[in-house]
Design a protein around this ligand. Structure first.
Ligand code: UDP
Length: 320
């Protein structure tokens, strides 16, 4: 098949490009390099089944042409990373809402299957852990910019499901939970690359808040593998599906593990949220997926433990 990946030069997009090429498919990447990087796809450039376009999904004539040439569209282009979202809320809302709007509009013309990359952030402040796809979404108030990300992604989900219901456009919505691995940058605030870079430089590892908040991290290869299987699964169409890992870890414990596995002498320091992000910042205390649905659908089983992930990321940054 020929696949269009918006955001294909991003962290997840570049791994997805690689996996599709390895499986013998054609890949068209559309990426404006806002948070993606040409370095992520430079090793793919020479491949005959790979093409890339450095442009935005806002370029509708180009988007229309690329959608037309594709059998399936993976829509990954988005503003991501809590730090970026807090610093650039206008960009976040416009990119996430408008991008999905135009991708769905053009895919609908010839009913091309669209995979919408959503996020566990949509569960917001819910404490009903583990999060199931049919759980309520609990967002904070609008003056707290963090929630603009969840809200923009929730709108994307509503719109995609509306296209499916009303216009029979096949869509699959995947909610990614803290996807990590080689090539992820710490530039937009993501915790694992940040901790690893701090540890390798023997600088203080900055745990935000009191470090009791927890996450469950999934290796990008597990996540991409699940996405590819879902594309071949008719029962996935019109569905919202969690993808992640259930190995929960607190940020305090994560800092200790990074320090230990990297052989670092860094001290672990605690930075108040107000200083790390902005005054009144709200974090979520726990975030773990319920994976019942994806397991039943495609027999998904994450293969990488947190320690595997950390060892690989440490190795990646050491080489870099
Ligand atoms: N975090 C941290 N130190 C950092 C970066 C992030 O303690 O240098 C915390 C952050 O406050 C959150 C968790 O790590 O509680 C995960 O943050 P990330 O931005 O990676 O993903 P999120 O789950 O917030 O989308």
């Amino acid at each position: 098949m020929r696949a269009l990946i918006t955001g294909g030069a991003g962290f997840i997009g570049s791994h997805l490009s690689e996996a599709l090429l390895d499986a013998g498919h054609h890949v068209l990447v559309l990426d404006n390099l806002s948070t993606g990087s040409i370095d992520n796809i430079s090793h793919l450039k020479g491949q005959p089944r790979f093409e890339y376009f450095i442009d935005s999904v806002d370029n509708e004539p180009l988007l229309a042409e690329l959608v037309d040439r594709s059998d399936v569209v993976f829509h990954l282009a988005a503003a991501v990373g809590v730090k970026l979202i807090v610093e650039q809320p206008v960009h976040t809302i416009e990119t996430n809402v408008h991008g999905t709007e135009v991708v769905l509009k053009h895919a609908n013309k010839k009913k091309k299957l669209v995979i919408i990359a959503s996020t566990s952030e949509v569960y917001g402040k819910s404490t009903d852990v583990p999060f199931r796809e049919d759980s309520d979404l609990v967002l904070g108030p609008t003056p707290k910019h963090r929630w603009a990300y969840a809200c923009s992604k929730a709108i994307d989900e509503f719109l995609a499901l509306a296209y499916w219901k009303e216009r029979k456009l096949p869509v699959i919505i995947v909610r990614f939970f803290n996807t990590v691995g080689p090539r992820q940058t710490g530039q937009y605030g993501m915790v694992i690359p940040n901790f690893v870079c701090q540890a390798l430089a023997n600088q203080p590892i900055t745990v935000f808040g009191d470090g009791t908040q927890s996450r469950a991290f999934a290796h990008v290869h597990d996540v991409v593998g699940a996405v590819l299987k879902l594309v071949g699964e008719p029962a996935a169409v019109g569905q919202v599906i969690n993808i992640g890992n259930t190995e929960e870890v607190s940020m305090r414990e994560l800092a200790e593990r990074v320090r230990e596995l990297s052989g670092s002498t860094s001290p672990v320091t605690f930075v108040p949220y107000d200083q790390a992000y902005e005054a009144g910042f709200e974090d979520m205390p726990r975030r773990v997926p319920d994976l019942t649905k994806v397991k039943a659908m495609i027999g998904y089983e994450p293969r990488h433990s947190l320690d595997d992930i950390l060892v690989q990321v440490i190795e990646y940054f050491r080489k870099k």
